[in-house]
Each structure stands twice: as structure tokens, then as C-alpha cells.
Design a protein around this ligand. Sequence first.
Ligand SMILES: *[C@@H]1O[C@H](CO)[C@@H](O)[C@H](O)[C@H]1NC(C)=O
Ligand SMILES: *[C@@H]1O[C@H](CO)[C@@H](O)[C@H](O)[C@H]1NC(C)=O
Length: 413
Amino acid sequence: MRVCLWFFVVVIVFGFGDGKNADQRLRTERISGSAGDVLEDNPVGRLKVYVYELPSKYNKKLLQKDPRCLTHMFAAEIFMHRFLLSSPVRTLNPEEADWFYTPIYPTCDLTPTGLPLPFNSPRMMRSAIQLLSSNWPYWNRTEGADHFFVVPHDFGACFHYQEEKAIERGILPLLRRATLVQTFGQRNHVCLNEGSITIPPYAPPQKMQAHQIPLDTPRSIFVYFRGLFYDVNNDPEGGYYARGARAAVWENFKNNPLFDISTDHPTTYYEDMQRAIFCLCPLGWAPWSPRLVEAVVFGCIPVIIADDIVLPFADAIPWEEIGVFVAEEDVPHLDTFLTSIPPEVILRKQRLLANPSMKRAMLFPQPAQPGDAFHQILNGLARKLPHDRTVYLKPGQKVLNWTAGPAGDLKPW
Ligand SMILES: *[C@@H]1O[C@H](CO)[C@@H](O)[C@H](O)[C@H]1NC(C)=O
Ligand SMILES: *[C@@H]1O[C@H](CO)[C@@H](O)[C@H](O)[C@H]1NC(C)=O
């Protein structure tokens, strides 16, 4: 019965090679009002950023030791540094800066298998902040409130990959006044400060570009997902990993012909996404999964399964309009829910997704391009200006506690 319904949808909406429908499908649509326009803002002239000069042990040396840091999903911390060095928003005069940036790569410490280890990050951060607070007057002026840090780790500046431990640690005390640019985004969570900027994870732009297929290829897959359903090593029951959403997808739909889901990662993965109407994004705690980026870039409607998530650049990207949101507890009804979305709603989402500004905002290309994720970060920082007067402390006034936090974090780095 469902299969029949699905073929009905395919024929009326996607028309299998019908030229008129193909044209209609390719037309892009802009959202009137703020959202669509904000994405195209040009940050140049709206803010000035001062880039501190730090010894290379905080950045370049780490990268030399492990060049894989340039390709893993948290590589934005490195590319943002490179981008700022040659950006027209950079100022060499700290007196005129609106924002201060500290070039530090706290995530560039990888296990042999390439997973980032956050254990040294707190000491490294503390060491860098000590250095800049004693060599420049700007840190003490606000204790970091006009400084931003790129901290794209699992739980951002909580610097631990296990949620329980991350919550116990909280945001590194010295970073509590700073603006944090991070992939972690979960409402009402101690690891997300109000005023943080949530960014997409890094996904390799050239590689994705190389797998583009013709835009008028029919989307003959209804629902697509590739990835793990269970974290067999840490969580065999599946209740913790992605909060059970992935396990629920598998158990309910592994035999459903509308669902093209599997743990196998085929060489045609990117092409398949361009042949799919819906791409599942069971994101768990954070938009750090590259799946969200891939779905947007390949025009596959992201089905976001992550209660209380804060999505990347949510004040600029109209996620509600381009994506579909499914509550974690509603995963067992995904099939009914997705098949009952009216064709015209699907078509509108596809037209919005076809808008190049959405795709650009999700990527960190080399070299940078107007409207890309680097520019969205700058736009986010510009929208926070001017700084409230209360961020400037009175001479001698201290707010941060330099001795708070686990004893291990206070050791020199
Ligand atoms: C900033 O404050 C710290 C500690 O409170 C102090 O050690 C440092 O010398 C101050 N920096 C400047 C540039 O005055
Ligand atoms: C700073 O934190 C330490 C450790 O938690 C605490 O013992 C100390 O009282 C705090 N200092 C102030 C001034 O709050």
C-alpha cells in the first residue's frame, strides 16, 4: 500500500523525465524577508577583527605534527585562522578592532585512528589566554567579552567527548565571557552559552564538487541514509548513541522499501544523495554530523531528528522551510509522516534548497567565497555589535576566576 502511494508521488511530482516538471524542479526560490537576504550580507565594513600573534606551538606546529587536522570535521578552526589572515575585515591596529581572535587549534590532537582528543585543550587555552592577557591590554579590558574562539569540539569548550563529563566540566571558566564559535548546539545545555555561534562541521568542498551529477537527474530514492545505527563498542543497546534515534530508524524501517538505509558506505554515496528526496539527519546532540551539510549541498531535504538542536547559522538559514523536523519519539511514524507531506511542499523545499546561497553557507571552501561559512561567522559576529557597554570592566575589576576548574587544567601547558 505504501509502495503504491510512493509511486503515485513519484509520478505526479517528479514526472520521470517530463521536461516541464524538470524545469519546474530546478527553479530556485528565495525566501522574502530577512532570512534569504541575511545569508548574502557582506561583512566587509561591518566589523574589524584583530588577529593575535601567538607562538606557532599553539597552531602551526600542531598541524605540522598531524596534517590530518586539515581534513577532519573540526578543521574549521584551522581554516578560519587562514581565512582571517587575508580577510579585508582584519585590522593590524588592535585599537580599532571590534573583535579579537586567538589563533589556536585545540582540536588538532588526534588519536592514531584520527579522533580528536580534547584532554590538552583546557591547559592549552589557559596558557594562550595567560599569554595574551599579559602581553596586550585588551583581554583584561573585557576579560574576553570582545574576543571570539573557534572551538569545534564535540561539546565545544566543555572539552570532553563524553556528555556526562562535559557537563560536569562546563565551559572552560576562562572562556565564559567570550563568544564561542562551535559545532555543538543543543538548547538548555551547559556547553552552549547564550550568544554562541553554531557552525556546520567541515566537509571537504572539492570532494563534494567532484561528485556532482546533472541537476535534472530524477530523485528516485525516497529516503536515504548511510551511517551507523548502533555504536557497537560504547553503546550496544542503542539508547545513548544519537539518543536512540538511529537505532529506532533501523528497527522500524530496515525492511521498508521506501527506506534506502544501511551501514555500508558506497562509493556512490554523494551521487545517491542527489537521487534522494529525503536524507535522514539523526543528529543526536549537535549538528556536527557532516550529513546535514551533505544534504543541503546535494539538495536532498534534510529530515532533522534531534530534539532541541540549535542548527548552524539558525538566524540566517531558514531551516524550518528547507528541512523537515521529526521529534525523536516520532521516529516510528517516519514513513507515514514523510509520505503525507504534500507534493507542493516538497517542491517548494527543493526550490529553496536549490538556492546556491544555502549551499555556500554550509561550506568552508579554499579559497573563501562570498557568502560561505566563513562569511556567515563574520556576519554573526557583526550582528552582535556594538558591544554592550557593560562588557568593559572598571580598572582593576575582575570577574573570571583563574583558579576555578579541575586541578589538572591548572597545570602549565
Ligand atoms: C591583566 O591581568 C592579569 C591578572 O589579573 C595581570 O597579571 C596582567 O599583568 C594584566 N595585564 C596587563 C597587560 O596589564
Ligand atoms: C575560584 O575558584 C576556586 C576553585 O573553585 C575557589 O576555591 C575560589 O574560592 C574561587 N575564587 C573566587 C574569588 O570566587
